[in-house]
Design a protein around this ligand. Structure first.
Ligand SMILES: C[S@@+](CC[C@H](N)C(=O)[O-])C[C@H]1O[C@@H](n2cnc3c(N)ncnc32)[C@H](O)[C@@H]1O
Length: 203
């Protein structure tokens, strides 16, 4: 199910639900911000994959980051972020299914919170990440943990532990660190996440 027409599915969600009501909403994307800033500087090139309407970009701009790219399959989500951040600083927006994206430059940091787990065939995703992340750069990925939800917004997800994520990326990335997060949704449910930091090896 999850590989079918993701664009229409996500556009409809963002058209019909308030940003603060979706289960993945965070007023303060604490773990993302801590991991991204620990592995980068304001000069670094950052890409947030499946960025949705996350406030990570707002926080990064406040810290002086000036090379931030947001990629999402939903134009509706990106339009809203453009409206929100327009007065703060320049952000590059890319409307694409991540699996179809052919990056034309490299990034120091690839960040993905809760997009990868929707893909039942994640191999294409790994190829794109390998092309996009500069050697020595990092991929920071957060997905539902093995004891996390089986579905999100009506779509089935694949749940991962840190070893599972490390295996998926093992051809070109080494596991640097991992952590668990208990995300509390706006309705008060707890969703365990697995986070990993992976470093892109040289060829
Ligand atoms: C659960 S939301 C998480 C949004 C954001 N990362 C956050 O933490 O608030 C998943 C996001 O991934 C996007 N997405 C889903 N499948 C995608 C795909 N194949 N390519 C690009 N974006 C995708 C959706 O549009 C949505 O914005």
């Amino acid at each position: 199910v999850s590989d079918v027409a993701p664009r229409a599915h996500w556009d409809e969600i963002y058209e019909t639900r308030a940003a603060e009501d979706v289960s993945w909403y965070q007023r303060d994307p604490e773990v993302s911000l801590a991991l991204v800033t620990a592995h980068s500087r304001p000069e670094s090139a950052i890409v947030d994959v499946g960025a949705g309407q996350s406030r990570l970009v707002d926080r990064l701009l406040e810290l002086g980051y000036h090379d931030v790219t947001l990629l999402d399959v939903s134009r509706v989500a990106l339009d809203e972020v453009a409206r929100r951040t327009g007065h703060v600083g320049p952000v590059t927006l890319i409307e694409s299914d991540v699996r179809d994206w052919r990056p034309t430059r490299t990034y120091d940091v690839w960040h993905d919170r809760a997009a990868l787990h929707f893909l039942d065939r994640p191999e294409g995703y790994v190829e794109v990440a390998t092309a996009a992340v500069i050697e020595g750069g990092v991929a920071i990925i957060g997905v539902f943990a093995p004891d996390g939800p089986t579905h999100c917004s009506g779509l089935a997800v694949t749940r991962y532990d840190a070893a599972g994520l490390a295996d998926l990326f093992e051809a070109s990335f080494d596991l640097v660190s991992d952590r668990r997060e208990e995300h509390v949704t706006p309705s008060g449910a707890t969703q365990p996440f697995t986070w990993v930091v992976l470093r892109r090896r040289g060829n």
